[in-house]
Design a binder for this molecule. Sequence first.
Ligand code: PHE
Ligand code: ZN
Length: 876
Amino acid sequence: MRPDSARIIRLADYTAPAWLIETVHIDATLDDTRTRVIATLHLKPNPNMASGPLVLDGDELVLESLALDDVTIPTSAYTIDRRTLTLNNTPNRPFKLTVITLLDPAANTQLMGLYRSSGNYCTQCEAEGFRRITFFLDRPDVMAVFTTRIVAKKDEAPVLLGNGNRVEAGDLPDGWHYAIWHDPHPKPAYLFALVGGRLGKVGGSFTTRSGRKVELGIYVESGKENRAGYALDALIRSMRWDEEAFGCEYDLDVFNIVAVSDFNMGAMENKGLNIFNDKYVLASPETATDADYANIEAIIAHEYFHNWTGNRITCRDWFQLCLKEGLTVFRDQEFSADQRSRAVKRIADVRNLRSQQFTEDSGPLAHPVRPYEYHEINNFYTPTVYEKGAELIRMLKILLGAELFRQGMDLYLTRCDGTAATIEEFIQCFVDASGRDLTHFAKWYGQAGTPHVAITEIFDPASGQYRIGFTQMTPATPGQPAKEAMVIPIALAFFAKDGQELKLKPSLGQIDNDVFVLESEKSELVFEALKEKPILSALRGFSAPIVLQIDTTDEERLVMLAHDTDPFNRWQAAQGYAMKLLKAGAIAKREGREPYFDSRFADALAHALRGQDHALIAQVLALPSENDIAREIGADVDPDAVRESRLGLRKAIGEQIGHELHALWLSLTSTESYRPDSKSAGSRALRNVALDLLAVGMPEIGLGLAEQQYRSADNMTDRFAALAILAQHSGPAREEALTHFAHAFETDPLVLDKWFSLQASIPEAETLDRVKRLMGHPGFSMKNPNRLRSLVGAFAASNPSQFNRADGAGYDLVSDIIINTDRANPQVAARILGAFKTWRTLEPKRRALAEAALRKIADQDPLSPDVSDIVTRTLA
Ligand code: PHE
Ligand code: ZN
């Protein structure tokens, strides 16, 4: 085992820092290969801790000099190893440390620390990137006031941005200039940022509710300014919403966002200077889809909301990551729900949770929302920390009610303001605000795995007694063989066969505000004197992140699909029905039988088409994905059988209700010009799923319409949806459209990404060669994370039948790319490797091939800590 991969960081080992840093002055002179950084730190001993040596973090730094109170420290007085600089004889009093380092931003392919993207200088410091800029106490509980002076050649970097407010700027001799930025709010180093470059600006302003006028700027590559308008609009709406929904007001005079094209993640909440993957900023009707617009809105809001939940209140240590991420995801989900359709947003979020987080939670990478240990923190920016973390906040709100939840939040935002907090401190605010005991609830943070709740219904026609039994069980996860019972809020309603809602009061057990709280392994609700068994609508709105096992009959599902007053459970009724058919179909295909098709399901869908909420109907028509079906099957999965089952059901639906789908497609033809609002997006979504089913069921009609739509579309949503439909059907029309699209958008990397992903996701044997061929496309680059994810990431994560090819060629391709990428950008390599996490659920032949590919990766030397950590856990 390599020394790096043996290093384990444990929550239980947390100790406060021996030293604190009060102020930091960063002076950076930007140069492509020799950027000089002078860092002046004012340190003091932590009064609460015993004195100790000063051990600073550093990563790949070239140290030029070190001075204590302006006196150069001789090299004999400190030691430097691969990750630290230790000062041996530190005075036990406050002192000034001046550190001069030399950086090579052009060689920084990891995209952590200071690097170049499209000729611009930018930084990324979360989680441990600041130590790649200077030696520092790079941990979130060390909070300092930062001042940043940036010096650059004026023609190379006319725009110079830092955290906080700009306090000074001016020219220097020989064509250089500088700017000084000061951030009055103490912050950890991971929130530091600077940017220098030739950037275009789209400006705006926002006046906070107490009257502070904030200047807003969105900076993009020059020439792309006309694509930043929606992001600015979303920012202004976010600022207003956070005041109204959480009382959070912005606290600086400036708020800037910079879009860069090389970025490992989605975006970063640096104080007053958010840096974004340009994919989540740039949009125009011709280049972005409705989904892109929705993502931009959500991520702009997410990063902005971090200003309070993350920045004003930060995390004590990285184990508390969900403190800022889960809470902020919850907040951005609520924002989108308020801006758009709440039900459709909830459905989209639950689809995402099940497909990403449930898969993680049931595989080798499962971990608690707040982990107890890690090797590499970069690998813990996961669906569990983010999305399950958000579900925990939502449950807390359900358990306490909206009012007490808000009081707890208010208390948190005042009590913990300016601190680096923990989950315990967060929960204590809700305990104090509500007077409730949340000890049991808090266990959700420490226990990994998705609880399974089995519901059994017994109705006795003779006595009219109706009993609902609840049993919970959480499967074992790595390191946690035995599980405790969780507190699980289960929202319930009852319906008669005619769809009438019934208000039932249990004679045993308790339902409060339509929620039953399951607190132990087993529990029961009993109702007396009913005439017939009611239809139980359970887990409404997905009130807890669990797997619900309940034997709902098809008849009951049809009633709920038509009448449930909870739109989420109307959708769930259709999904549950479809899943039953898809699972049975995949098992039949595997055993060489023809699947049974239930025509009542398609009839019900045809009926649903007549509803008013287009976005919701679109969700009802969208079947579970191949990955969803595989997860439900759970073991010995044959991805080809899964693919055939899903295709078969789509075909059967399209054949049976094709004429209705055709009529719907025609009726939804819009004559208005494109607007990205959620209502018109919903109509497009419905029209496009209808066309997809039609094209599978009645290709002679549907494919012609898809070609027509591809040609005549005035927006990317409709154009790309048509292209995606054509791409599912091999033949000249597909190749022609794909070629046309590539020519039309050859200079637009973000649009080419869609084209790469689409082709990587075609579920055909030829796709492997197509992906290899596309890696040679002039628009592709192994160095750019978006390109790599859109082609290779999409192939591995969204094309299960081809990634998991029976001959292992999918694994070979992806593992070779992971090995190559690891040398340049370990974080991105580790992400793509995540696609292997379901390998143990495959049938034995594929399982063996996947294991061999994983072992080959594990045997590489050197291997980054990122990839080494994931591959070790995946194989364990
Ligand atoms: N903190 C960022 C976000 O959620 C994510 C991120 C993590 C970005 C690490 C870059 C690096 O909002
Ligand atoms: Zn975040």
